[in-house]
Design a protein. Sequence first.
Lengths: 510, 289
Amino acid sequence: MLEKFMRKKDKVSPSSDNQPHKTEESGKKGFSFQYAPSLESTDIVKIAETQKLFINGEFVESTGEQFFDTLNPATGLALSKVVESTEQDVDKAVRSARKAFEQVWSKTTGSERAQYLFRIARLIQDRSRELAVLETLDNGKPIKESRDVDIPLAAAHFFYNAGWADKLDYAFSGKNVRPLGVAAQVIPWNFPLLMAAWKIAPALATGNCVVLKPAETTSLTALLLAEICQEAGLPPGVVNIVTGAGETGARLTNHPDINKVAFTGSTEVGKIIARSLAGKDTKLTLELGGKSAQIVYEDAALDQAVEGVVNGIFFNQGHVCCAGSRLLLEESIANLFVKKLKARMSSLRVGNPLDKNTDVGAIHSQVELDKITGFVREAQMEGLEYFSASATTLPKEGYFHKPCFFNNVSSSASICRKEVFGPVLAISTFRTPQEAIVKANDTAYGLAAGVWSEKASKIQKTALGLKAGIVWANTYNKFDPASPFGGYKESGWGREGGRHGLLPYVEVQS
Amino acid sequence: MIFNRTTTPSPLVPKTNKLFINGEFPRSESGRSEPVHLHNSQKLHSYVCRASRKDLRTAVTAAQAGLPSWQKKTAYNRGQILYRMAEMLSSRRLDLVAQLQELLGIQENQAHEQVDKSLETLLYYSGFADKLNQVLGTINPVSGPYHNFTALEPMGVVGIVYDQEFNLNLFFHQIASTLCAGNSLVMIFDKPGCALLSDLAEIFKTSDLPNGVINLLSGSVEELSSPMASHMEVHALVVASADKDRLCQMQKLAVDNMKRVILWDFTKLSVEPLSALSESKTVWHPVGV
């Protein structure tokens, strides 16, 4: 029944597209092995032709008629139709959240709120396979990532925050706190369900009600989460979901009856929201872009560092705000490291996201693919040394891009300054720790950074010097609901996750 | 020029008010100055410099340069320097009380109370410097073999637009909490309070504070609030504006480099201003052999 979601070749001979590509490295050793395709079945998901909105505990039709397709990036084919919410829809959602806040949720005790959140977490676990497949279909990320990262973490966010709901007195040094009211939450397409959980769970734990707008290209798992909220018996109106693009987002964040806006997305849009809220009492947290650097010292465990660098930039096709998109190598090991990196990249399997062997899935959309290729072309025209590789040939349908890097990139190159949001790494070198820190900090962003060294004192010193909200030392791209996340400078305002992530959702009473 | 002071003997050599930038006392590069009069009187108190945009930029550069030396000090040491400020303030009590009376028309007992409160404020944050991370930092129990902790760090250069009626305790509350969190600062304040600039700056100058950590500009808040809000090397803004239009304008300008805007509504000594004036950094490291 879901054949329309699969690429034709998967049905006939899924492996025909995935012939091992003889790389320079593997060729030398005469080393080659073939993966049998290991496709995850899509039978478990049922996708309606058209999607509804989730307002006041029910799935309702929009008052508007402007629908758009949500695509499977691996095929370019439509999965379903999603509606652009109208002003009336948004207003209805906000009013239902306000009513739920005033009449129900603000009177619900912390331990009762916790029970709902625990229940939602359990239901996410119960339906994890379904959610993972749907996420991969709608987003294009490899099934092994949606299955092992996105969905388990989404459940974990509800579990973690559930526990805070009746312990808020401990979270704020003995201060009394109260919820803000109605939170408008706008989330991106790169981790659709995870971002929804990341936003909704702390808001509900602290006693707020929410209206969430998923990205226009990835609404499906958020709407499935709405169904889970229904199943958990969450009181109507506590969580509302409106779909649509930027216009709907603006309607929501500019709604006069909103107490709090939480946005994850580009710095560009974040700035528009921040300006639109200037002079208002609405609280605002922003998780924006990044151009995070990974520093590899000569005394690092190089093979581990190579893994970390690959994971840092190619995880989720590089569609990660904290992607380690700049690599700073100590000069003495630069050549060796680049050689190892090339070999490792040549073994990455790019292809059908539903294949459990796939390392790098589909680029999210034609728009993103064009943006990425634009950056790559520009850097190539600047004459920068380019390398791209994969162990597979790219599928002919859908949107794909080979993992790649540019070597010896100057700090002023746009590939080194602008957020590409794709599998493109910019490599440069340094000679001293001081230079590494200066170069890493030489960006308007400040979301994350990586440090690789086997010398603890050097790691501590480097971590202290980095202007970044998250420093991964000898690891990268690790996420946990207990760990605060958020950036310095133009990477945003505030933290989400951990004890610190509760603060943006409460008013601390003196 | 002889001044007729009512509460203390007239100084034969009155103090010239200048700016305080990078530990020095320059005049405004613009050469602009304005008279400040005694409270409810036409009598001249002194002339104050009217800082220009260029002075503001110079002050921000100084604050940027002063930041590493302040950050590098141990929290214990920063606390001691804040304590030293209290000592310096205490020894200037009578002079400040006299000035508060004649400049701002504050009753003598209330002026003493402002000094008392300011001392309390300095001591409070002096003792907080090396506890901030114990109060607000966390070790995060992540689900995996990682040591993960969140520690507070200064935001960087903080621009303080002091746009309220001058109050000595509020002045020290904003400065002490900003410094306690490890930031450097540039403050703009207007007449008549800014006529105290030199007396206040001398407290900081003699407290072993590294140059550039505190920079004070007398001038027009109206004129300098926008350049401060739009300056790309200022990382956070402290304002308590009652003027909603100006506040809105500053908030919009602050977005250019995503400055954190802290609306100062802290009336009590507490951890809240420190939390608002800090950035948090989370560090992960694998645990294993």
